[in-house]
Design a protein around this ligand. Structure first.
Ligand SMILES: [Zn+2]
Length: 474
């Protein structure tokens, strides 16, 4: 018994694009068949003639309902999984991976439960968490992390810097990172790493403040390419010393980071790279535009040659995913900080990511549709332990589907989006846009009309595939 048939679209499969029908029974894909060949007795029909049918996008790096210390001393809680989840679905993304924060005073399980209380009643999207370590994790936490990996929470987020001079509690010492890598290796988890050299970064903060150059337009001097070079190599060398450690380097921003990943992969290490859609399209020059903070997230935008290396990385395997580092707030909040040490990080972009990357990858750079889908969906599913449940249109996979209309052209305009009151992509060319989104068989955006529901999202327990852990599989 089929419930839904998507008819006549150009369907993006791993092996290429095929004109076929996608049949859905309940929450999963039941068949892929020649156009018109399925008897659809009673099934709802979605006509996808002339449209692109692809797996729902997967964003492996978002921060929802995230506490952020503002310049005026208040704490900003960014938009949560209701608003951001809705915007993601509008933009064809069906799965988001956020973070659960570990603290010394409670168990790993209690930290996960605390985050669940925020998310479960509100999330419109399917979601998961990376477990975020804090500074000085108590020794018992490593055992609990091992248990959590086995229980379906297999990714651990680690910072090598506090990012800001006035902030404490983020940076994890290398001894503790070493212990974490042993747990990851033994329990078959994956480290997701924010790597910057804390000494270099803090040195540059002090130097620029001393020299009276504390404006945010100088952020690339603080969070610089040398810092990425030193820190990536130190982390990767540590991983090499613990056989079986697999790492995902988050928000790679510099050519030096791309090179460090490529070298580690050439040695056979299981290392993967992520960049962000703002790093792929903006450079440090954009800080000088009006409201230049809207292009920023930490570490920082870099130079044109760094951006070129990121794009080359999407072709040579060093960059596997293009994420957002979503941190949804208003323009006023995003531009409140004006200094190198108080500018709000993260970004809004979970909605336009698929459309903007279609323009940049498929139209402007000639990437095949399967390669585009790999970079915005499939690779994240494979690396993060969601494949083949998510990230692919295949029989038995969850029916998470984005239908893009290549006739929907124009420009990105913040008033057309559903995240907040600004977008860094204002005026960006559109050559295709998600018009219909399906989450586990349910049509949640129907030709631009939202039909999703808060609380309809489901938590995704995960297990990292052996091939991902054994070496650079993608
Ligand atoms: Zn982040």
């Amino acid at each position: 018994m089929l419930d839904l048939i998507i008819r006549g679209g150009d369907v993006v499969l791993p092996q290429g694009v095929h004109r076929c029908d996608v049949a859905i029974a309940g929450e999963v894909i039941a068949a892929l068949a020649a156009p018109g060949s399925l008897a659809g007795d009673g099934a709802r029909i979605v006509d996808a003639t002339g449209k692109i049918v692809m797996p729902g996008g997967i964003d492996p790096h978002v921060h929802m309902r995230h506490p952020f210390a503002m310049p005026d001393g208040t704490t900003l809680y960014t938009q949560g999984p209701d608003r951001v989840g809705m915007a993601a679905l509008y933009g064809g993304t069906t799965t988001l991976i956020d973070f659960a924060y570990m603290t010394a005073d409670r168990s790993v399980a209690a930290s996960i439960e605390a985050r669940d209380r925020d998310f479960a009643p509100r999330s419109c999207c399917d979601w998961a968490y990376h477990l975020m370590l804090a500074s000085d994790p108590p020794p018992r936490q490593f055992d609990e992390l091992g248990e959590a990996i086995e229980a379906g929470y297999p990714t651990i987020k680690i910072f090598t810097t506090n990012i800001w001079p006035q902030r404490t509690g983020r940076m994890v010492d290398f001894g503790d990172i070493w212990e974490a890598f042993k747990v990851l290796s033994q329990k078959r988890g994956l480290g997701v790493i924010h790597a910057e050299d804390n000494d270099i970064v803090m040195h540059m903060y002090a130097k620029l403040i001393r020299e009276g150059r504390a404006g945010f337009e100088n952020l690339a001097e603080v969070h610089n390419t040398l810092s990425e070079d030193l820190s990536f190599r130190r982390v990767l060398r540590l991983a090499e010393s613990v056989p079986g450690t697999a790492l995902y380097m988050m928000h790679v921003s510099a050519a030096s980071g791309v090179a460090a990943i490529a070298e580690a992969r050439a040695k056979g290490l299981a290392v993967y790279g992520e960049s962000l859609h703002q790093y792929m399209l903006f450079t440090a020059e954009d800080y000088r535009r009006p409201n230049g903070q809207i292009y920023h997230t930490y570490p920082s935008l870099k130079a044109p040659q760094d951006q070129r290396a990121l794009w080359e990385g999407t072709l040579n395997g060093a960059i596997n995913c293009v994420a957002t580092d979503e941190l949804c707030c208003t323009l006023r909040e995003k531009t409140m900080g004006r200094r190198i040490d108080d500018t709000v990080g993260g970004n809004s972009g979970v909605e336009p990511r698929l459309g903007v990357m279609y323009t940049e990858m498929v139209v402007r750079r000639g990437y095949s549709l399967p390669r585009y889908v790999d970079l915005v969906a499939t690779n994240a599913a494979r690396i993060m332990g969601l494949y083949p449940r998510k990230g692919v249109l295949a029989v038995g996979s969850d029916a998470d589907i984005a239908i893009l209309d290549p006739n929907r052209r124009g420009k990105v305009r913040s008033e057309d989006l559903h995240e907040t009151d600004y977008t860094p992509w204002e005026g960006h060319d559109i050559f295709a846009w998600p018009v219909t989104t399906i989450l586990r068989g349910a049509i949640v955006v129907d030709n631009g009309r939202f039909q999703g529901r808060e609380g309809a999202g489901r938590y995704l327990k995960r297990k990292i595939a052996d091939e991902i852990l054994h070496g650079p599989a993608l």
